[in-house]
Design a protein around this ligand. Sequence first.
Ligand code: PHE
Length: 458
Amino acid sequence: MNKNKAAVAGKSRDGFTSSFGVLAATLGSAVGLGNIWKFPYLTGTNGGAGFLIVYVLATLVVGLPVMIAEIMLGRKAKADAFTTLKTLAPAGQPWWVISVMGVAAAFLIMAFYSEVAAWVFAYVFKAMGSSIVTHDPKVTSAAFGQLISDPLQSLLWQWLVLALIAGILLMGVAKGIEAVAKKLMPLLFLLLLVVGARSLMLPGASAGVGFLFHPDFSKISAGVVLTAVGLAFFKLSIGMGTMMTYGSYFRDDQNIPATTLRVMCADLFVSMLAGLAIFPAVFAFGFEPAAGPSLLFITIPAVFASMPLGHLFMVVFFFLTAISAVGAMLSLLEVPVSVISGRFHMSRVKATILTLLLLLVVGSGCALSNSSMAGFKVFGMTLFDLFDFCTSNVLLPLGGILLCIFTGWVWGLDRTRLALSNQGALNNQGLCRLLVFLLRYVSPLLILVVMLKGLKVF
Ligand code: PHE
């Protein structure tokens, strides 16, 4: 009876239906504000090309192996992240702790991410009007300040974003997440190409291209390397069970390493495009590349307003940023939704609503960080900055280390070979050996050293 039930449940488990759907949804998770908001401002504040090189190396040596491992484990167990780690680990070993940290990370990231997304959504409408269409950064700075310091506007836009994401999640994995990603991802690429090409055609654009591609290694410190590693984790949505959850929706005949590599390359490509859309324009009009998190909201409108047809491009740019944030937020929320419904045998609808309600509480702390709660600081940081710092620099890398150890040492080479070759159908033995080698000896040590040095533990 139980077996039958499980078989029926297994058969009817929601999941991605086509190969393109898998790619679009996974890429939809990876691509987001990380590419268009975080990557440019971190590259801007950490010296440009040198940071970019460290970031690309971190993506290859640490990010890619962890991402493949997560997807592989998820597909093997075909369950939420908690159940996956519980069933794949030997009895009595508490590897499920990774997923508990992951659920916590999902809430903390969503809390500030949904607020940045809220500003982006608000900016789509602002860009249609005239309040931010000025080439004076003082005016755009005042407009941004006014938006983030207004508690009501901050909260309402955040709730709107959260309700939209919850609405899509309620439609399910195939009809919600996959269907939306299949439509939005191609549109995102197209729009970014247009804006990137426009920015590159500006007179004086070459200084921005140089900033992005000519490295100055003197700016690289342990803190900068940790930021790059943290960004690699954040970008690829790894270290917290997101890719494990998406892996559980992968089809059995999907080539995991090939798909992962494609997602990684496409994600880097989007970051490059975002960098090429932003920096040439920033330099062409004499703005400051190191403006920090507000780069997107203060510098960019002024940059667009300074170029011919800038008004139109600004609307397009913020619209595509909003699009990119949707896929990432769907995957962030999917982690707690699937764990809560799997763990507590709750329906998807109930789990989504519960997650949403919890997020409204945690998220408002970030929404109000620049207004009513601006004075509330922990370790000298507002909740917004604290959640951002703790997730990228602590929780995700720590989750990554544990995932490396689990996959490399506990799960092991034989099972990895079987899982990644789709039970022998694919010939990728050498790749599996390399992967397990990296997961055992290289990635975890590297992350550990970078983390301890970056956090000034030694
Ligand atoms: N990768 C997403 C981005 O770059 C953010 C994200 C982080 C999504 C962690 C899911 C999990 O915007």
